[in-house]
Design a protein around this ligand. Structure first.
Ligand SMILES: C[S@@+](CC[C@H](N)C(=O)[O-])C[C@H]1O[C@@H](n2cnc3c(N)ncnc32)[C@H](O)[C@@H]1O
Length: 369
């Protein structure tokens, strides 16, 4: 039996190494990786797969470590057949122990490099959860995903994606990232753009079902669509953003032309709102956080818009910020405006920068008129 501590996450018992990460991106404190903070991310997978509501779904958790996500799927989502795979032989005793701890007959362990796993077999749901960038694994994930299947991909290389390492982002993702208030939204959209471009090489398109930034990582769940028309539709959703620091104006375009253009990004929706409506936080390990995030995702504007931040408007106008609720309500009277899950001080709006700035000035406590 592998050594470690037993805990319960969601409705599932897990044995994990005693020395494990409890927050942050997770350091390799033990031979086999486990990060308690990722319980939220695993909760999202459970809520997502329950809401997909497909019978007999085959799932591959390709980078399983202790098997935490795979074993939770097999135990908490009915009618699933799950493979918990990891290339590291030290992970396998944990995976096998966790399968038997929950008396599961619908989960098997696998000790393969995922490139081999996905050359040999394909699945309805493919999960890629690497240390750092997923770029080296995306093509294999696509090969291992069945027709109309779903690929879920995590990226923890936030520094390049969010613009702190521009050169690395250019090399890895062939995109120009954005620093500052829009960095997380743009990082997520660069990851999604890169998945769409890889899928296109296989004549496959994508429909994002759920995409988010949390803690130290980006994660997206995309439905794979087959054929040239679907691929062209996907590629048609890629584009650039023009940002003018003198006016705060943001606009999107198909081609990169101006001095301040960034991208390319995925400019289509982040989520499928119908699927989100079926997702339920009840019984999740981080139930309160899941409920809060679900409410934000369901409500947020998620297409063709880039967020504004209240601190950005404060430093631009040199006026104190109004309360966030007051500002959003005032903006919403002029055009659809919503909070965003990216940051509690940011919002998304259909309004242009001039209107946003004028409403900010009107609602600022410094404005005595
Ligand atoms: C961040 S951990 C996964 C964490 C896990 N999904 C969880 O929720 O606890 C990444 C894992 O990927 C495995 N890995 C790295 N390269 C791999 C490859 N080419 N094929 C399969 N597994 C790989 C590592 O051994 C490690 O256990």
């Amino acid at each position: 039996m592998p050594s470690g501590v037993e805990l319960i996450e969601g409705r599932t018992k897990l044995l994990v190494p005693e020395q494990h990460s409890s927050r942050g991106p997770g350091t390799r404190t033990a031979d086999v990786f486990f990060n308690e903070q990722m319980a939220f991310g695993r909760d999202v997978t459970i809520m997502f797969l329950k809401a997909l509501d497909k019978n007999g779904i085959t799932a591959a958790d390709a980078m399983s470590a202790t098997g935490a996500r795979a074993v939770r799927i097999a135990n908490e989502v009915k009618d699933t057949i799950v493979v918990a795979n990891d290339a590291d032989p030290k992970a396998i005793p944990y995976i096998e122990h966790n399968i038997s701890l929950n008396s599961l007959s619908n989960c098997t362990s696998s000790n393969k490099d995922l490139h081999v796993l996905f050359a040999e077999s394909s699945f309805d749901y493919v999960d890629i959860d690497p240390f750092g960038t997923p770029v080296p694994f995306i093509q294999s994930a696509i090969r291992g995903c069945r027709k109309k299947g779903v690929i879920a991909i995590t990226a923890t290389d936030t520094a390049p994606l969010a613009g702190a390492q521009t050169g690395k982002c250019r090399r890895r993702y062939q995109s120009e990232p954005i620093r500052g208030y829009m960095c997380h939204e743009s990082g997520l959209r660069i990851l999604m753009c890169s998945i769409a471009r890889e899928l296109a090489k296989f004549d496959r398109g994508m429909k994002p079902l759920l995409s988010f930034y949390a803690d130290h990582y980006f994660r997206t769940y995309v439905q794979v669509e087959e054929g040239a028309a679907a691929t062209d539709r996907s590629l048609g959703q890629l584009g650039f953003m023009h940002y003018d620091p003198k006016t705060l104006e943001r606009s999107v375009s198909e081609h990169c032309s101006k001095e301040h253009d960034k991208g390319p990004f995925w400019l289509g929706p982040l989520h499928d709102k119908k699927l989100l409506a079926r997702m339920d936080a009840a019984g999740m390990e981080k139930e309160k956080r899941c409920a809060k995030m679900l409410a934000l995702w369901k409500n947020e504007l998620d297409e063709q818009t880039f967020l504004y931040d209240i601190s950005e408007l404060s430093s631009f106008t040199k006026m104190s910020p109004p309360k966030m609720e007051v500002l959003i309500e005032a903006l919403n009277c002029a055009g659809k405006t919503t909070p965003t899950h990216m940051s509690p001080t940011s919002f998304k709006t259909e309004l242009d920068a001039e209107e946003v700035i004028s409403i900010y000035i009107r609602t600022s406590p410094d404005n005595k008129m």
